[in-house]
Each structure stands twice: as structure tokens, then as C-alpha cells.
Design a protein around this ligand. Structure first.
Ligand SMILES: Cc1cc2nc3c(=O)[nH]c(=O)nc-3n(C[C@H](O)[C@H](O)[C@H](O)COP(=O)(O)OP(=O)(O)OC[C@H]3O[C@@H](n4cnc5c(N)ncnc54)[C@H](O)[C@@H]3O)c2cc1C
Length: 451
């Protein structure tokens, strides 16, 4: 590795790449890093929470944006916030939740930048009601391949706007984002827990609760087989009013200090998550959650994994993949049944398996979600076996009109990608218009043939 080069991977810790990294601290320096004089391709990177290689550029340049983190303006009448693209969701929550404002939708970690949230068009547990993050974005300020800066929106350069939302950093370097925060009555969520018997029961619980609750999510026991396949703990939640809160918080409903996080201190020589440990964990988790209602703080409900820094080290040096599959509503029952059956048969232990409901797409050209369900599975990586398993899972997705989420993908091939993303030709037309020489390129985009 030469000076300035760093070994980089996504959150799944594989595949590992080598990139020449720059870390601008001002927008002017960020713009300068685009200059063609630097040579070679580049990809922007936020906090590296995408699981695969979308924020990696093997033997190319990587521009890390996390220090572009200034707030520009906030309108307390509308909730409109403009901030630089490296600003983290964590910083936004720490600043605005105490004033009664929260994110309109949020991924399962706060350690995501605004640039990463826009580039992956992230979704939360309320997609069935609110759609993806892009639905709340008014303006994206973008530095293009020729060094010019444009502001794009639904009215100005809409082609660029809808290619950049979910465009995985391939249209330009996002400098700033203007989007809407939403008012919340407290920093707490009223959660209805249901222990379900099997997949039918899980989906019936979603069907019964989705309309009434803002947020819907279920943890699925991926070790359960036979009659218990797809059993889960479903957790439907809605904003809690101040009067619902535990007594000490009623007078200060947004005053929530983040609990001190622990750190997973080292990388063990092999994954700690064997089928045996996962089976024990799953049994304990399933049986320790009865059905009932509880008021839970925002951090515990939305970000349970943020309580342990570097939890991804648990998977050892080989890392893991997250396989996040979307199925359209009409085929989700059959598709999920086949997918879970394949996972159980393969013995690929997933202790994190999360099912969510999804609503309408938001117009992004590489939009991932439509009405249906999405299931995310963490699987320890082992060369060969997991590649084969993923190809079998991809086949199931294709048979049911489903697709894989680009922010999690580390393994998909170009043919599968083209079949899953029918608006790719429109995306490529925009990409050619604004980046004819493919300055913006990642390990993922080359693997998927987005060139
Ligand atoms: C524990 C955990 C839970 C998660 N839960 C969810 C979830 O519920 N829903 C969901 O949708 N996602 C989820 N994710 C994925 C995560 O939200 C996305 O991968 C997000 O894009 C990561 O943002 P980042 O800042 O870390 O970006 P990176 O991971 O660094 O980059 C991701 C992509 O964004 C691009 N990008 C980053 N910054 C810029 C910029 N300034 N300009 C242009 N492009 C840029 C990169 O090129 C890359 O293609 C989760 C991830 C983790 C680790």
C-alpha cells in the first residue's frame, strides 16, 4: 500500500479493498478533490455503514465526507433543515430532538451521514406510511464530474435529482441536503409487542396493525423450522404523547440523554455466531418477549444496535453479509416462505433477521422499495458456500419479482442486477449526461456493470 492508501471495506467487513483516501474538511476542498488533474475514478464515502462495497473503490480514490458537517439553516415553522452532506443523523438528533423535532424516517443506525442517506434513499420502519428518506428531501446540492455545483430538486434538474436519490454516489459528490424534520410529541414510542407462531401469523399481524401504527417491524427467528417457520416478535409502534411517559419524563418529554455505548473490544479469530449460539440467542429472545404494550425510548426502539460500537467485529476476520430482500405484496408470502426455508436448510445462522412493511416508491430511478415486505438477514461470510447460497436466494427473489437492496449488497452479479432494476437504462442515460467519463465509480458499480 502506498502513502495515502487505506484498506477499506463496508460494515460487513468484506470484501476488503485498497483506496487512496482524502478527507476534505471544507466544501471548497471537497470540490477541489473532484478535479480531473487528480486522475482515476473516485467514490464519495460517508460513515461506511453500507454493508458491501458501494463506498469502496479498489485502487481508486475515495473522498470521505464525514467532516463536511455544518448546519446551514433551520426553519422552526416548517422543520426545513439545510446541512452539509457529512452531517450525521446522530448529530441531527442530538441537536433537534431536545427541541421537539425528529427525522421523518430513519434507518436502524444513527451513524449515517445525510449524503449516505440520500445516496441510498434509506428507509425506516414507517415506509408503509411515509416512504423513503427521499420523499422528505427538497434540494440536493451536488458537485458534478466537471467541478460545477448544481442544486437539484423536483423542479430544477429533476433527472439529476431522481438519479442521485438512491444513486449510490454515482452521479456526483453531494455537498449539502435540504430536507424536512417532523415534530414529535416526545422522544418515546408506544410499542405493541406480539409473539407470533409462524409466518402466516406474522404477516397477519402486520396486515392487522400496519394501518394503525406508524412503525412496523418484526424480528424473525431464522432457526425455527417446520410449523414454526417465520415465527417472530412483531413490534408495532406509534409516537407516545407526553401523558404516556414514565412519570419522571412527563415534564420533559424530549429530554433523552443517549446511554453510554459499550465497545466490542477486538476481532475474534472466528465468528462468534455459530448455529449453536444463534439458536440459544433466538430461543431466549423469542421466549423473553411476551405480547403486550410498553413505552420505549426512541434510541431503544430505532437503534438497538448502536448500543455496542463495532458490533460487526463479532463476525471475525471473514466478516458477514447482509442479504436484504424485497418482495412485492402479491408474492411476499410465497417468496418469504421459500427464502426462509432455504436459509434454514443451508444452516446459515442469522441472529438478525428483520422484516418490515413497505409502501409506494418515491420516483428514484434505482428505487428499492414498493408496496410489499422487506427482509434483512445477517449471514456470517464463508467463501464459496455463502456465494452459492446467495445465488440460490437471488433465484428465489427473481422468481417472485423481488430485488436486493444496493446499500447492503456485496455479491450480486450484473445480470441479476439488470433483471431486478428495470429503470437502470434511464439511470444510465442521466449518468452519461452528467458523468460521461465515469469519474464516479465504485467497486460495487463495476461489479454490477453500471458503466
Ligand atoms: C446497523 C445498521 C442498520 C441499518 N439499517 C438500515 C435501515 O433500516 N434502512 C436503510 O435504508 N439502511 C439501513 N442501513 C444502511 C445505511 O443506512 C446505508 O448504507 C447508508 O447509505 C449509510 O450511510 P453512510 O453515511 O455510512 O454512507 P456510506 O456507507 O459511506 O456510503 C453509502 C453510499 O452512499 C454514497 N455516499 C456517501 N456520502 C456521499 C456523498 N456525500 N455524496 C454522494 N454519495 C455519497 C457512497 O458512495 C455509497 O454509495 C443500516 C446500516 C447499519 C450498519
Amino acid at each position: 500500500m502506498s502513502a495515502g492508501e487505506r484498506s477499506l471495506a463496508g460494515w460487513g467487513r468484506q470484501p476488503r479493498t485498497v483506496g487512496s483516501v482524502s478527507e476534505p474538511t471544507t466544501l471548497a476542498v471537497a470540490r477541489e478533490s473532484i478535479a480531473p488533474a487528480h486522475g482515476g475514478s473516485l467514490i464519495p464515502r460517508g460513515l461506511g455503514r453500507a454493508y458491501g462495497d458501494s463506498a469502496c473503490n479498489d485502487h481508486g480514490r475515495v473522498v470521505v465526507c464525514e467532516r463536511l458537517d455544518r448546519f446551514r439553516s433551520f426553519d422552526p415553522r416548517t422543520g426545513l433543515l439545510e446541512a452539509e452532506a457529512g452531517t450525521s443523523l446522530d448529530a441531527i438528533i442530538r441537536t433537534f430532538l431536545p427541541r421537539g423535532w425528529f427525522l421523518p424516517t430513519t434507518p436502524g443506525t444513527r451513524q449515517v451521514t445525510l449524503g449516505g442517506a440520500v445516496a441510498a434513499d434509506v428507509h425506516g420502519k414507517n415506509h408503509h406510511h411515509r416512504g423513503s428518506f427521499g420523499g422528505f428531501v427538497d434540494v440536493i446540492e451536488l458537485c458534478l464530474a466537471d467541478g460545477s455545483v448544481v442544486r437539484c430538486s423536483r423542479d430544477q434538474h429533476p433527472d439529476l435529482f431522481f438519479a442521485t436519490l438512491g444513486g449510490m454516489g454515482l452521479t456526483g459528490l453531494i455537498l449539502a441536503v435540504t430536507f424536512r424534520l417532523v415534530p414529535v410529541p416526545s422522544a418515546w414510542v408506544n410499542v405493541d409487542y406480539r409473539r407470533t407462531r409462524d409466518l402466516e401469523h406474522t404477516l397477519a399481524t402486520f396486515a392487522e396493525h400496519d394501518a394503525r401504527y406508524e412503525h412496523s417491524v418484526a424480528w424473525i427467528d431464522c432457526m425455527a423450522r417446520g410449523r414454526r417457520l417465520g415465527r417472530s416478535i412483531a413490534m408495532h409502534g406509534s409516537e407516545a404523547a407526553a401523558s404516556d411517559l414514565p412519570v419522571p419524563w412527563r415534564g420533559r418529554p424530549w429530554d433523552l440523554s443517549v446511554r453510554r455505548a459499550h465497545t466490542f473490544p477486538f476481532t475474534p479469530p472466528c465468528s462468534l455466531l455459530s448455529p449453536t449460539t444463534v439458536r440459544i440467542f433466538n430461543e431466549l429472545f423469542y421466549h423473553s418477549h411476551g405480547s403486550g404494550r410498553r413505552v420505549v425510548d426512541i434510541h431503544s426502539y430505532f437503534y438497538p444496535l448502536d448500543g455496542i460500537h463495532h458490533w460487526n467485529r463479532m463476525y471475525g476476520p471473514s466478516g458477514f453479509i447482509q442479504y436484504q430482500a424485497f418482495f412485492p405484496r402479491e408474492s411476499s408470502h410465497a417468496g418469504l416462505r421459500r427464502l426462509l426455508g432455504e436459509i434454514v436448510r443451508s444452516g446459515a445462522a442469522s441472529f438478525l433477521a428483520v422484516l418490515k412493511s413497505c409502501g409506494p416508491a418515491d420516483g428514484a430511478l434505482l428505487s428499492y422499495l414498493e408496496p410489499g415486505h422487506t427482509l434483512a438477514l445477517d449471514i456470517p461470510y464463508a467463501r464459496g458456500t455463502i456465494d452459492d447460497l446467495c445465488h440460490r436466494l437471488d433465484r428465489i427473489l427473481l422468481d417472485h419479482g423481488g430485488r436486493l437492496y444496493l446499500a447492503k449488497d456485496a455479491m450480486m452479479g450484473p445480470t441479476t442486477f439488470r433483471a431486478m432494476y428495470p429503470r437502470l437504462p434511464e439511470f444510465l442515460t442521466v449518468k452519461r449526461r452528467y458523468d460521461p467519463n465515469h469519474l464516479f465509480s465504485s467497486s460495487q458499480s463495476r461489479r454490477l456493470g453500471i458503466e
